[in-house]
Design a protein around this ligand. Sequence first.
Ligand code: SAH
Length: 283
Amino acid sequence: MTFPVQILTLYPEMFPGPLGTSLAGRALEEGKWALDTINPRDFTTDKHRSVDDTPAGGGAGMLLRADVLAAAVDHAVARMAEQIAASNTVRPEPVEGPASPALHASTNSAPTVSSANVPIIAMTPRGKPLTQARVREIASGPGVTIICGRFEGFDERLFDARPIEEISIGDYVLSGGEMGALVLLDACIRLLPGVMGASSSGDDDESFEHGILEYPQYTRPQKWEGRIIPEVLRSGDHAKIAAWRKQRAEEDTRLRRPDLWERHRDAPDQSPSGAQEKDKDKE
Ligand code: SAH
């Protein structure tokens, strides 16, 4: 199934950008995700096609206009609904059951996907910091719409008038939301079904998957610049190796990320993967 991605950006040429290569690029070619860019400039109504204006009350820079952005968002929502409705109707017929026309999506074996569950995300520095848990939720959903800011950001009324979730990729300021969108997408795409091989399903001991960091890893040569791979990893004793890795992952998390460690210690069972499984059961 395709994971539809919509990007609202004044710079559509920035996409797929780096996501056109390697793992994400192959997945795009294989139709595991689909990219649709929407330029807010196409929703302007004045002859200068202006998407921005000066801040009320004065101050530096320009702001993205709420009316223009909302028109682009409304268009995106309608287009996403069409796309998802189309993919619902082309799902394979169930093996048994009534031989109804394919249009009756509800009779298909796969659950019908609703575009109402597609998050509309705006990249903003004040947004909720992105986490692996949220990445997993987004990747296990029907698709995503991402709004990229520019200039000094958005007219606040956009967020009052439309159901938009704000996400930040960290406590620093970018010149535009496009890089943030690429980061969010890269993290999501690697989790889509069939994108990563069985060797690394993105559901193992990867950092943040179980609330802690990954343990240190080693590969050949066994001895390099006088440094030897820890003996336990060469022992072939899987139980001992697992215990060593668990202990190192916990120790590294405690030392490098005391904030993560504290949260993990208080609620060790909160793994993003677990959250995803629960979501699946609900459907
Ligand atoms: N005036 C804003 C910054 C605007 S930066 C402020 O002080 O908060 C221009 C755009 O870049 C933003 O609208 C947003 O879309 C994007 N951006 C900047 N930093 C970001 C971050 N840390 N995470 C996500 N998006 C960011």
